[in-house]
Every structure is written in structure tokens, then in C-alpha cells.
Ligand binder design. Structure first.
Ligand SMILES: [Cu+2]
Length: 355
């Protein structure tokens, strides 16, 4: 309510200023001011230049307020190794462009006020200066090149191939929830095909593939602290986006194009609870692509365990095939034709899931 009232007051202020400006302009026309002929009046210049200053003050205040208001959301506690590199890059860029932004905006609006039209003033004719142009072209070019180079180096490091011993987890987005699959004891995800998706087999897993027999789908993601975790990401319908803000992980889930992201969690959920002082703290996997009406509901909990707790959790999980023998039975009882089809098409899928 207060926000609406403030918004309305600001709009009203601008309307009043505009009306004052109009009155000033009309009054000067009625006075028969000769300055009207050259397309300007004293009042309009004064009003416009003052508005520039006003805009600088209000805009500056809004700029500072937006930062202050969003500060906690922008600075979530960090829980991954590569997150420190990302944050470093983000803040370096933010500080450099922030300083330039503030200086240029102040100069822009203050000069507009200072050098408003005055009849007794003439502009200084200064058409060209090579040295000045070289300086103001080279400095931004070098700074931008350094920022881009830094970004490229960090991006290369973050998107390098995952270590061999990474914990592999498949994350699949669909309207409107995430589904997660672990490869089980063999460490290999079974082949999945979109043609096999139905109400009982939401991943479209091909149970003629032996690697699929120990795959399991938990209700929460568990990962061990200090070990690399590789997300193999896909989507079943539209574009979704995997977002784990505390880990600085963000990667689109694109239908027909598997993506991946690997990271090393550096703080367990319990450690984060004591750091934030919030006993209910939970890491969250959110969708950060507006993917439809139920987008807001795409939330999945991620738990970072100490390695031994993670092993204990793993040992408690039951493979999907064991829990749903009737789904697997459909594969064994179906005709040899299905098996033959899978043999040929399965290869292509396997290549994809290796990505
Ligand atoms: Cu989504």
C-alpha cells in the first residue's frame, strides 16, 4: 500500500512539474517573447535542466535503494568451489562498470544543468582532438578486453570435463517438476528414450538395458561434500533451467539437447544451517526459465552430506526396477521387436547420455 502511495506521489509530482512547465511556456508566448522564434524560452530551459538534476537525484536514490534492497538475495552464502571464481568475476565486473556508470551519469546530468541555454553564452567550438579520442577509445577497449578474457578463462575452467570419479546424477525438467535419477551401484545410467515415456515410466527408461536395473529416483537430491558432482541435464517438454543459487550453478535444460554441469559442494546442509542461523535451511534446486503456468512450483530439495552420511543414504535407496516390477515386466514380456528396436536406437541415446 505504501509503495503504491509513493508511486502515485511521484507520478503526481511529475504531472505538476509538467503543468508548471506548460504554463510557463504559454505565458511566455502570450508575452510575445521573441525568444520563442529561435525555438526556446528561458522557462523551458530552466525547467528542463532542473528536471535533469531531479532525475539524477531520484534515479541515484533508486539505484542505491535497489542495491540495498536486493543485497541479501544477490549475496547468498556460497557453497561450492567454483562459486568463488564466479563471485569474484561478478564483483570485479560490477565494481568496474559501477564506477564508470556513476561517474558518467553524474557528468551527464550535471552538465545538462550547468550548460543550459543562456542568451549571453556561446558554445565553445571544439571539433576535434586525436589524442583525446585515442585515450577514451583505448581505455574502455583494454578494460573490456581484460574483463572478457577473465570471464573466458573462468568459464573454460568451470565448463571443463568432469573428473572421472564425479557422482553422476540425471536431472530432468518437465512441466512442472524436476525428476532426478541416480545410476545406482554400477555408476551407469540406463538408456532412456522419449518414446518409452508413459504414466508408469516417466523417465522413459529402457529396462532391456541392464545398466537401468539399479537406477533409482529419490525424492531429494543427496550429494557428498568435497566431491565432484556431475549433473546430466535434459528436458521432456519445454526449456527449463537448473538453478542452484548457493552453488552458483545455472544451466538450461533443453529438449532434445542434453546439457551438463559439474561442481564441488563445499558446505554440508548442517554447516549452512549453523552459518545462516536458520535451523530449517534447505538447499534448493529451482527452475529459472519461465516455462509455463506451474513454473513457480518447480522446486527440489538438495542435501549436502558428509561423505559417510552420503554413503549411508545411498545404501538405503531401492532401485526403481525393484519397486516397480510390473513396469520392468512389460519389457521382458514384450515382443523381440521392441528389443531389436532398442538395440539400434539405444546406441544413439547412449551417445547422448554420455555427453
Ligand atoms: Cu521449468
Amino acid at each position: 500500500m505504501i509503495t503504491i502511495a509513493i508511486g502515485l506521489s511521484i507520478i503526481l509530482l511529475f504531472v505538476i512539474l509538467f503543468l508548471l512547465f506548460r504554463i510557463g511556456t504559454l505565458a511566455s508566448i502570450f508575452r510575445g517573447s521573441s525568444q520563442r522564434a529561435v525555438g526556446t524560452t528561458k522557462t523551458s530551459n530552466r525547467v528542463n535542466s532542473t528536471l535533469f538534476l531531479l532525475f539524477l537525484v531520484i534515479g541515484g536514490a533508486a539505484f542505491i535503494w535497489s542495491f540495498a534492497d536486493a543485497w541479501d538475495d544477490m549475496n547468498l552464502p556460497l557453497a561450492s568451489v567454483h562459486g568463488a571464481w564466479t563471485d569474484n568475476l561478478f564483483w570485479t565486473t560490477m565494481i568496474v562498470i559501477g564506477i564508470v556508470f556513476v561517474i558518467t551519469q553524474i557528468l551527464l546530468f550535471v552538465y545538462s544543468y550547468k550548460y543550459q541555454h543562456k542568451d549571453d553564452k556561446r558554445a565553445y567550438y571544439y571539433p576535434h582532438n586525436n589524442k583525446l579520442e585515442i585515450v577514451w577509445t583505448m581505455i574502455p577497449a583494454v578494460v573490456m578486453a581484460l574483463l572478457v578474457f577473465g570471464g573466458w578463462k573462468t568459464w573454460t575452467k568451470i565448463t571443463s570435463a568432469a573428473p572421472e570419479d564425479a557422482v553422476v546424477i540425471e536431472v530432468m525438467g518437465k512441466q512442472f517438476n524436476w525428476m532426478v535419477r541416480y545410476p545406482g551401484a554400477d555408476g551407469k545410467l540406463g538408456v532412456a528414450k522419449h518414446t518409452l515415456i508413459d504414466a508408469t515410466n516417466e523417465f522413459g527408461i529402457d529396462f532391456t538395458d541392464q545398466n537401468a536395473m539399479d537406477d533409482f529416483m529419490p525424492m531429494e537430491i543427496h550429494v557428498p561434500k568435497g566431491q565432484p558432482v556431475l549433473f546430466k541435464i535434459r528436458s521432456r517438454d519445454v526449456i527449463h533451467s537448473v538453478f542452484l543459487p548457493h552453488f552458483r550453478v545455472k544451466m538450461d535444460a533443453v529438449p532434445g539437447m542434453p546439457t551438463k554441469f559439474w561442481f564441488v559442494p563445499s558446505k554440508t546442509t548442517d554447516e549452512m544451517r549453523s552459518e545462516t542461523g536458520n535451523p530449517d535451511f534447505k538447499y534448493e534446486l529451482a527452475c529459472t526459465e519461465i516455462c509455463g503456468r506451474g513454473h513457480f512450483a518447480m522446486r527440489y530439495i538438495l542435501v549436502v552430506d558428509e561423505p559417510e552420511d552420503y554413503e549411508a543414504w545411498l545404501a538405503k535407496q531401492t532401485p526403481f526396477a525393484e519397486q516397480n516390477p510390473e513396469v520392468v515386466a512389460k519389457f521382458s514380456s514384450s515382443s523381440q521387436q521392441v528389443v531389436a528396436e532398442n538395440k539400434t536406437e539405444g546406441k544413439a541415446e547412449e551417445v547422448k547420455s554420455e555427453l
